[in-house]
Design a protein around this ligand. Structure first.
Ligand code: B1M
Length: 216
């Protein structure tokens, strides 16, 4: 049976080198060898996706590869999930975020990457999907006791909805930080609407931590 370090390296490399079969097999090996699913994610898969994210930011990898790596990570997590639930082992969440693409906007590739990177960074993320009605942010925050909100928007026509999300939360006396991003958003826009801007999925993690006072 493979030792733990080898399995963790295979989990990392499966994501990093875009080899889905390697990642899936390593996830199975981790379960068979009694490696904790949390450790498999944090010290294996997450290391791989972080490396991919860094390459993407340096333009050493294409978006399509980033998306593929994210899919590989999601598929490998699916293998580990039942054991995680069975053992009721919980990752110690850095924070709890409700994340969605705002109403009227169906672009979700970037939002999904943000979710994956936040999860890899230790956040519990409740993804309410794309074209998400503003009220569903409020409902999900109340249901999950989230302490952070993320609203993605890719189009100039739906940027206004980010503003509406912030205003609706404040009217409902939900005063947690709101992070906005997506091609249409800018730092200036975020400041104007009372939110914080993150330009990409990698910086979203450090900014989310800063917003919760947990370092960058
Ligand atoms: Co559309 N689209 N699209 N599109 N599309 C854009 C956004 C557009 C700029 C293309 C263009 O004309 N040049 C344009 C918007 C123009 C504008 O408003 N200024 C546009 C349009 C017009 C449309 C339609 C209206 C087209 C039509 O039907 N006539 C339509 C929209 C329908 C609707 O939403 N109601 C439409 C549809 C689509 C597809 C379905 C075909 C597809 C989306 C598939 C999907 O998402 N599942 C699509 C695509 C792929 C694009 C482009 C080409 C690429 C977007 C993408 O996935 N980028 C896009 C052009 C562009 O953006 N330059 C375009 C890759 C992704 C990794 O980056 O999403 O920016 P991005 O996410 C980044 C960061 O922005 C950041 O992190 C991510 C990773 O680093 N980030 C966050 C994102 N969300 C964040 C949230 C955060 C923090 C960071 O905190 C919460």
């Amino acid at each position: 049976m493979a030792d733990k370090q080898t399995i963790l390296a295979e989990l990392e490399n499966g994501v990093k080198s875009l080899q889905q079969e390697m990642a899936i097999e390593a996830a199975k090996k981790a379960l068979a060898a009694g490696v904790s699913p949390v450790e498999a994610i944090e010290h294996g898969l997450a290391k791989g996706i972080r490396a991919v994210g860094e390459k993407f930011e340096k333009k050493e990898m294409f978006v399509v590869e980033l998306i593929y790596a994210a899919n590989i990570m999601e598929e490998a997590i699916k293998v580990l999930e039942p054991e995680m639930k069975r053992s009721k082992e919980k990752r110690h969440a850095v924070g709890i975020m409700v994340l969605g693409t705002v109403a009227g906007d169906i672009h979700d590739i970037g939002k999904n990457l943000v979710r994956i990177m936040l999860e890899a960074g230790g956040f519990e993320v409740h993804d309410i999907g794309k074209d998400a009605p503003t009220e569903s942010f409020v409902l999900k925050i109340r249901e999950t006791e989230a302490n952070l909100v993320g609203a993605s928007s890719l189009m100039t026509t739906t940027m206004e909805v980010q503003k509406e999300v912030v205003a609706t939360l404040r009217a409902a006396e939900l005063n947690m930080p709101v992070m906005v991003g997506g091609a249409a958003a800018t730092d200036e826009w975020a400041k104007e609407i009372g939110a914080t801007y993150a330009s990409d999925a990698n910086s979203a993690v450090s900014i989310a931590k800063l917003l919760l006072g947990k370092g960058g």
